[in-house]
Every structure is written in C-alpha cells, then in structure tokens.
Design a binder for this molecule. Structure first.
Ligand code: RM4
Ligand code: MN
Ligand code: MN
Length: 424
C-alpha cells in the first residue's frame, strides 16, 4: 500500500490552526529555533526489518494480521512509516530472514519510497535448515574451527548482500556465551572471537563499518563472550579503524549508567551507533522512551555534547536505529511512537544551555546543573517535532492519521489475516 500524499495534506489542513497556536507558544522562548528545526528535519532513524512483524516471547507468539510476508512488503511498511513522519528513511535487514533475490529491483523499489538500506545484520544465533554445523555452543567463539569458519563465511555472505543493496555497515551480535560455570575457557573464547572477527574485517569493503554489539545476558545465563562495552571496545580497538562498538539500550545490567558509557566511547572515537528501545528488566525491546524518557534524554545530552566537540554531523555521524519487538501493539504504530520519543529526547537535548552547564560544572554548582538539565527536559518540544514534520511534508499527527485512514485494515485486506513476517 502506498500512501496518497493528498491524505496528508487534508489531515494537516485540519490540524494546522491548533498546531500553529502550540508552536507559537513554545517557539518564542527558544533562541536558535530555526537551527533546531533544521536538525530535526534531517535526523532519521532506521527501522529494523524484524520489528515489522509480531514479536514473540519464549512462551508464545500472538500474531497480528496483515504482517509483511515478503521483503518487498517490509520495505513497503517502512515506506509507510516514512511517508507519515519523514523521519525513517532506511531499513536494516537481517540475513537469512531477508535474503534479497533481485537486489537491483529491490533497490529501485525502495528508492521509489525514499528508502535506502542501513546496516546489514548477520545471524549466527539460530541454526538454519540444512546447515552443516550447529551453533548450539556458539559461533565465532566456538571451540571447533569448522563452526567458526561457517559463521565467518555467513558474515562475508551478508557483506556481499549488503554491497548489492548499497549498505555500508555490518552489525554483528553474537549469542555466544555459556550457561554454566566451567563450561568455557573465557580467554580462549575471546581469542577465537577476535580471530574470527579479524577474518570478517579483512572482507569489509574500504568504505564500510563493522559494528560489534554487546549484551550482558541471554540467551545464555552465566557468561556472554561480548558481554559489555569493555569487551566490545577491546575487540574494536584490536580490529582497526573501521570497527566500532554498538550500544543497544536493552543490553545492560540493571541501573547501568548508559550515558556515561556513550560519552566515553564517543570520546575514544569508537561509538558506532545505537539500537534504541526501552525496558524495565532487560532486553524487553519495548517502545523507546516508554519507561525511562529521562535516561534517553541524558543519553542524547552526552551524544550531542560529544559529537559537537568532535564536529560530527548529528544525522550521519553515528548509526541510529530502533531494535524493538512488538507483542501487544501494532508494530507500525509502535515504531511511530519510538521514532517520536527518540526525536523528543534529541530535541530536548538540543535545548540544553551548554555554556551555563559548563559554568555550573566548573563551580561544582550541583543545583544549577540539575536545573539546567531539567529545564530542557521539561520543555514540551512536541510542537517543534510537528513543525519539522510539516516542513518536510509529513503528517502533523502520524498516529491519528494511521488510524483514521485505517492503514492496518487496508494491509489486512491486501495481505490477509494470516500473513506472517520472518524474524524471532
Ligand atoms: C538481539 C540483538 C540484535 C538483534 C537480535 C534480533 O538481542 O539486539 O541486535 O539482531 O536481537
Ligand atoms: Mn540489538
Ligand atoms: Mn536485543
């Protein structure tokens, strides 16, 4: 389904007056408003192909209806999100869930919707039918060189698919770990992982990046071979200048200070990108900003501060992506909510009075520092996001338009009740 641009115009006309009042109210208090609006228009967040269908838990999966059953349909779904918010112009594929059969045709189809291909993701956490060696005891860290080689070859194949589609990045997340003390030799597992990644790195095209994602737990329970940012940073430092650490918000132990992690990785020039989501317990993969919006804001505060210091462009300096799973809400609506929450945190962080904050820090004025941060966090920036959308031809209220147009109902009509997306 392709959205008719007239529908957006009609919708915006209905809301324009109300929006104008809200925007005028907030904007005259904000000094560099045009600069902020321009940044908001440019800022894009990629959508993972595996978040477009219904996610499951280990207890069950309650399928939605009208899920995208083919890669074309997944691209079409991202096209719909982007048409509504003009803030999600890329899709991230996971191989082998999304093997492109005719890359040129897919590329053309995607670019017709204003979509390009973000990071490619490899999968060595599941066994595929007909696969020679099992990943039951890991992949790149495995004790058996034949298993490691199979996982290396898979990653090289993923790079090839990505090259055909115009992607510029490989993201590696390993499930490798152990569930019982004594099961693994930690040093050997790390060395195997390093040499396997070095082999993959050798096949990385010159203008590509390699993102190494870490996760503290799951699916194994005792140890994870790339368990935290320190272990990822050790690897990316040893690998070379094209290797970076990827931060997935749900992959930390409870109460980890993620904003501090981000700040130091950025300082070291080793932060590659983000997987946004939110959680109460762990890798819950919930809508970004639904649980801890203040944390998301503090993360963006560090990002902007660190990126500005290095002269990095906010929109293209790092990889911005959602990594979520939708068990209850319509995935498309949930993704719209996530993008909105991420951009709210970004806009609020742009409002921070940096000069006064530095002054407060240098005076050890703890009270002033908190006031400055919370002044920005408590500003309602939603009219700024709406204005940025209006200026790019997106909908003033994407979720209400999604609902009034009955987009999911139309997708169900087209695809049927039982179409199921590949993924977890
Ligand atoms: C993992 C991790 C990866 C993603 C898979 C599906 O927990 O977050 O980024 O590829 O889930
Ligand atoms: Mn992730
Ligand atoms: Mn995850």
């Amino acid at each position: 389904m392709i959205l008719d641009p007239c529908a957006i115009e009609v919708h915006n006309d209905q809301l324009r007056e109300k929006h104008r009042r809200a925007f005028d109210f907030v904007s005259h208090e904000i000094p560099h408003i045009d600069d902020i609006l321009e940044k908001l228009q440019k800022f894009q967040i990629a959508i993972p192909s595996w978040a477009l269908g219904t996610g499951g838990t280990r207890f069950g999966r309650f399928s939605g209806a009208g899920e995208p059953a083919t890669l074309e349909q997944k691209i079409e779904d991202v096209g719909l999100i982007h048409a509504l918010n003009r803030s999600s112009d890329a899709i991230s594929l996971h191989i082998p869930w999304d093997i492109p059969k005719d890359a040129n045709r897919l590329k053309q189809f995607a670019s017709g919707l204003g979509i390009h291909f973000d990071a490619m993701n490899s999968n060595t956490f599941q066994d595929q039918q007909g696969q020679q060696h099992s990943y039951k005891f890991g992949s790149l860290h495995h004790v058996d060189p034949a298993v490691r080689q199979q996982a290396i070859d898979h990653n090289i194949e993923v790079i090839r698919y990505g090259e055909e589609l115009g992607s510029k990045c490989l993201s590696v997340w390993l499930a490798d770990g152990s569930s019982f003390p004594g099961q693994l030799n930690f040093r050997q597992a790390f060395q195997h992982t390093l040499s396997s990644l070095q082999e993959i790195y050798r096949h990385l095209p010159a203008d590509w990046k390699l993102f190494v994602e870490y996760k503290a737990f799951e699916p194994y329970f005792y140890s994870t071979t790339i368990g935290d940012w320190g272990q990822s940073l050790l690897l990316t430092n040893k690998l070379g200048p094209k290797a970076f650490t990827l931060v997935d918000l749900g992959h930390h132990l409870p109460n980890a200070n993620i904003e501090q992690i981000v700040s130091l990785l950025l300082m070291e020039g080793k932060l590659g990108g983000f997987h946004f989501n939110d959680s109460k317990y762990g890798d819950d993969d919930l809508t970004a900003g639904c649980m801890k919006p203040y944390q998301l804001f503090l993360i963006f505060s560090e990002l902007i501060d660190g990126m500005d210091e290095k002269g990095m462009a906010h929109d293209s300096g790092l990889g911005w992506m959602i990594d979520a799973s939708h068990n209850l809400k319509d995935p498309l609506v949930d993704l719209l909510q996530s993008v909105e929450a991420i951009k709210i945190a970004y806009a609020q962080a742009l409002l921070i009075d940096r000069k006064s904050l530095r002054e407060a820090q240098s005076q050890n004025d703890v009270v002033a520092a908190q006031e400055i941060l919370q002044q920005a966090f408590r500003t309602d920036v939603r009219p700024l996001l709406a204005e940025a959308r209006l200026r790019t031809g997106a909908a003033l209220d994407p979720i209400s338009l999604f609902r009034t147009l009955g987009i999911r109902e139309k997708l169900v009509e087209e695809r049927g009740r039982n179409s199921v997306a590949t993924g977890l």
